[in-house]
Design a protein around this ligand. Sequence first.
Ligand code: ZN
Length: 457
Amino acid sequence: MSTDGFDIMCKSASLEAAAAGRFDVLPIYDRDTECASREELEALQLSKLQDQVRYTYERVPYYRERMDAAGVGPDGIRTLEDVRLLPFTDKSALRETYPYGLFAVGLDEVREIHASSGTTGKPIVVGYTEADMDVWSDCIARLVQMAGVVPADNAQMAFGYGMFTGGFGLHYGLQKLGCTMIPAGAGNTERHIQMIEDYGTTVLIATPSYAMHICEVGEEMGYDWAASPLRVGLFGGEPCPPGLKAEIERRMHIVCTDNYGLTEVMGPGVSGECLASRDQQHIAEDHFLWEVVDPETGEPVPEGEMGELVLTPLDKQAIPVLRYRTHDLTRVTRETCACGRTHARMDKVRSRSDDMLIIRGTNVFPSQIEDVLSQIDEVTPHYRIIVETVDGMDALTVQTEIRPESFTDSFEELDAMRRRIEEKLKSVLLVGVRVTLVEPGGIQRTQGKAKHVEDRR
Ligand SMILES: [Zn+2]
């Protein structure tokens, strides 16, 4: 079976084509838009930005008041840089106006409501009009095609549906591309594996930690992943550590990509990883204007430098949002990509400015710990970080799981391994850390987002 010059019956066709530099055989969902010149793209962005700012000002009193206070009206936006004249939006704006205070249309025009579960305070509620749902599913169709998914694929959903944007977002986008959806939902791992085999599932949508769990359960059941029809993993819902992704690819014999998005600006679909540039993700620049700012000052950082991603959706009808501060740290490049797409690429988000742990005055990001562990052959990608107060001081403990093949009964060997990992962590984090080795399978697996950090302070 061949689609777009590309044999999907070959389990790793997309990865083989990518490895051979044959990006010409990899399909592009909306070539005119995704490969537009920078000039065309910027002209489109400016005209959409001007319309979006006027629409928001006229329809949402919350923004009208703030723009008036900042002394900027819709006519003040003459260039793309003028976006900086607009006030930022933070999560608090969506909480303060709960549930519908930022909506620009009546509920009669809203086709769907989604919400993110707030761990503190009220949830974030967002809505989509018919046109918003069209943009959303288009953005997803693009990014799944970047991962090598084609209309002939059968896609099995292991996200929960419910109010979370991830489940329905991917569902609609994959359907728009022409795939067959298998809405299995979260949980019941053995049933997932049975369905993959019985229904001929070629694409699995899951959090990376749950995909790893499915992989391990399959291995325990004696399921042969190399012979399985599954060939692509679409990850989301949590950042995917590179070590975990490589491990899943190796053990499940599939190609995995992840994508980025957040409920406040749309849900998944803001950016996606292509097979040519596997640590970066193309931003859908015709729908999102991006800025990278210094998280402290809010001022732009020089192009290519690390900072906080700020997003302005350019054509949202139900709930327009101006300059949304994501708190996600990344950097963006406009260099052309080998896949042929011209849309800018952002580094995968590994750290959020609000995930930072302060340990005895030093800033520590969980992603730094993840990176160190991924370089150690004897441990799996499963880990936990525990921060507590001991004798009035911050104490950092990292629990890491030994691979079955590296497990030994020798206390001396285990202790030497433990001390070696402690030394490596200390040299990167610049704070003292205690490592606890856990036996294979000893760190709890989750069916949703993995919870790596437990701050007991
Ligand atoms: Zn690319």
